[in-house]
Design a protein. Structure first.
Length: 330
């Protein structure tokens, strides 16, 4: 593919991760960066020659781009994403696709109406290991998934505000929600409970999110998934994994920092390692899709990401009601 000029909206930590990937892709060029904090935008653009903007409208109006990365908090995704997609510009959206299903709907509609490439950054979809699972589990029924997402997290003010960022459930837990859907199929209902012990914050520290929560997913297939999400203090070890119990298999999918699939299936040892880090794999796949004008070639489409968001929205209602909540279709 030829050189793709990439613009970035939002210059926080995830944009810095994507900058590292772009630097390693010869066919990609960082052309423009937009952030309300111009100094932060300039830091992300340093050494690239990329122009810096304070507003995304100026960026879109003045730049001739081949792709746009939207790395803002989820509540701010809708307007730049819809504007870019409506103009035919391929978009890579950080997960979740939006803060609410209502805000996700216009993004999905814009992508499908325009036929423009759009990917959402659920990088677990891009794992080499995930594509190995159907072969490992061929002919078996999945009974139980157990997901764990425990450890310190980046200090992001919007994440600590539940209404702005969705807290642990949406910001961190939705990775496992998406992975559970990918492995065991669609989710029919959700139950959830939050702990009252503050694991990460001391008395008087700001933030209204739950430090720890557990979700129980009832899949349409009859499988169950339990997901434990806990935000702990800096310096504590993390655990990011998914255990898979099937009729003739017991497997563990380790997600970070070592991406491995290990265990036993039909009496045979399973020991597989991912060939590449999912951040890079997901972004390169998006860039190839953009170059080839192939919306179906991305790792996670807007409609699929919106289905994961529908599960997260049901889990939020389950936290409020302490009851099982059906998952709405998107």
């Amino acid at each position: 593919m030829g050189i793709i000029r990439v613009g970035v909206v939002g210059a926080g930590w995830i944009a810095r991760e994507h900058r590292r990937v772009l630097d390693s892709v010869a066919e990609a060029e960082l052309a423009a960066v937009c952030d309300l904090d111009l100094a932060r935008a300039g830091k992300l653009a340093a050494g690239t020659g990329a122009r810096v903007y304070e507003g995304w409208r100026d960026l879109l109006g003045r730049e001739d781009l081949g792709a746009l990365l939207v790395c803002t908090p989820p509540r701010s995704h809708r307007e730049p994403a819809v504007a870019a997609l409506s103009a035919g510009l391929p978009v890579y959206l950080e997960k979740p696709i939006a803060r609410t299903p209502e805000d996700a709907a216009p993004i999905v509609a814009a992508a499908e109406r325009s036929g423009t490439v759009c990917a959402v950054g659920y990088q677990w979809h891009a794992l080499d290991l995930l594509s190995d699972l159907p072969g490992v589990l061929a002919g078996q029924e999945i009974g139980v998934l157990v997901g764990t997402c425990v450890g310190p997290t980046q200090s992001r003010p919007w994440c600590l505000d539940e209404r702005a960022g969705g807290g642990n459930l949406l910001d961190r837990g939705s990775h496992h929600l998406d992975l559970a859907r990918a492995v065991a199929g669609e989710v029919a209902a959700v139950q959830a409970a939050a702990g009252r012990v503050r694991l990460a914050r001391g008395a008087g520290e700001a933030g209204d999110i739950d430090d720890a929560l557990t979700m129980l997913l009832q899949h349409a297939s009859g499988a169950l998934t339990t997901i434990v999400v806990a935000w702990t203090r800096p310096g504590q070890p993390g655990s990011f994994s998914l255990d898979i119990l099937a009729s003739e298999a017991t497997l563990r999918l380790a997600l970070d920092p070592d991406f491995t699939l290990t265990g036993v299936s039909r009496g045979q040892r399973v020991d597989r390692h991912a060939a590449s880090h999912p951040f890079g794999r997901s972004m390169r796949r998006f860039l190839r899709a953009a170059a080839g004008h192939d919306p179906a070639a991305v790792a996670c489409t807007p409609r699929d990401a919106a289905a994961t968001l529908a599960v997260a929205a049901a889990a939020e209602r389950a936290l409020e009601t302490s009851q099982a909540v059906p998952v709405g279709t998107f």
